[in-house]
Design a protein around this ligand. Sequence first.
Ligand SMILES: [Zn+2]
Length: 316
Amino acid sequence: MNVYPNIFSNNPLDRVSYLRSNPDWIKKTIAKEDTVFTPFWRGKPFVSTISGLVSGNSSPDQQSPAWFPLSFFEDKIIGSSMVIFLGLLNNKAYFSIDISKISDPDNEVGLKDLGIFEDLMVLSSQAIDPGELAILGQAKAIFEWHNSHKFCSRCGSESSLSEAGYKRICGACNSEHFPRTDPVVIMLATYNDGAFLGRQKRFPPGMYSALAGFIEHGESIEEAVARELNEEAGISTKKVSYHSSQPWAFPFSLMIGCIAEANSENFKLDEIEIDEGRWFSRSELKKAIEGNNSNFFVPPSMAIAHHLIKNFVNSK
Ligand SMILES: [Zn+2]
């Protein structure tokens, strides 16, 4: 399948959901000699440049995910960690291990001098193999979900990880809880030769981006796009079309990228949500995409907003 190359998409692993729900298969797979584990610590993946630890898919001087055999980790480390199954590639199994309960992973786990724990957002703008970046995004989102859903939402008891990370079960009331993905619409409003960008107060000075917001219950993607544009910028939407999507592990969203054709250039900003916003011409945006505009800039290519803007620039 041809998937638009947004960063964090195009994960090469086969998740074999029909196998991972079988505890015997997981146990057997964990014990296989060629099975590998990549560590996470407090939200950050462990990356390295040591050739025996990395896949070699990224350039040699690029920090990329380090993969260890189970034997690298002492039993007490494994016992205090969360182990999740990621998938299979060429019959080899890939897992991730969250060692966040260890206070000093360099010395207690023996990772010193082998690499570093790096922020995934920082890694996403580097020259890592896109498939491996997608795998790290998958692992981070699952860990984020477990770490924020430790207790049963039905009875309040502590729940436990099941099915290699794809479920939590409450031992007290037997209810099952499944990993959650929060859908977000991100849309570029267009009218004739212009597109609308806004900036939130938290953005770096000079940066403008496509508007975005969470989809609410009982709402279609198109309705969420029209509502958000109306609420945030007073823009009336004529037609919505889908562009592409991006898994976004901060903490566990799916960005759904759309183009929204507006009825007119009229707009009125919600000043609480949006600091500044205006229509930009195609030529202004072309310069910004190329990094040649001194007045403002747009998000880098790791963000889906960049691709929505680029699509608009190239559509004429
Ligand atoms: Zn419960």
